[in-house]
Design a protein around this ligand. Sequence first.
Ligand code: IPD
Length: 275
Amino acid sequence: GQLPWLLHGTLPASRVQNQIIRKALTEEKRVSTKTSAADLVTETDHLVEDLIISELRERFPSHRFIAEEAAASGAKCVLTPSPTWIIDPIDGTCNFVHRFPTVAVSIGFAVHQELEFGVIYHCTEERLYTGQRGRGAFCNGQRLQVSKETDLAKALVLTEIGPRRDPATLKLFLSNMERLLHARAHGVRVIGSSTLALCHLAAGAADAYYQFGLHCWDLAAATVIIREAGGIVMDTSGGPLDLMSCRVVAAGTPEMATLVAQALQTIHYGRDDEK
Ligand code: IPD
């Protein structure tokens, strides 16, 4: 299968990519903006994405790819039944630009529109998170298990700001945070990387995660990892997850996921497959 190959074949090569990211982290970067002044990209995002795709394409010439920087350059983000790799070359680009050491590479794989496995690499702490449908989730070989908390008043909740900074979006973002704090959540954290926040959830280091304005490449690998760690990943409406909907609630228990979803007001970001 692709996962063993990815882990044993690509990871030595992806260590090269990791070295590229770690070296670039401390260097001066040329930064460009994408959809907003807070939506950043560097040459390293492009370089790492190209390396990952060319390596995978060589091994799996018939497979399809959805990748962050290709999408930013206008490639369509449509998940077909064909085997598809869903790639974020650097998640936490803003952290990367500022040398804040919370940066990851995320690679998910779907067939028949079903997520099969995901790999997320925390570049600076050298933690490899993996999940494969039906086979569990692991961090550096240790099995992951989500928190069993059901009470929002005892929860540590993670979120991310999302790219938009217009007053209406910020008002909704802050009022969602306020609602969770009114519900007496122990804390709300923003670490600057959706994928690593979701890995913390999978590891039981937080009880819930929600976000509006993330993308399929932020969610694909992490969704498998959380589900395999026993957690729930769903739509902010309370319905099933839609990978292309740019929104998510995830939690260790269905009770917690529902409480968080019920507290939220929707921020409309559109869909990845309609851009
Ligand atoms: C972004 C980061 C950010 C989150 C965005 C993501 P990128 O990914 O995870 O924290 O708020 O929604 O798209 O652009 O750094 O790969």
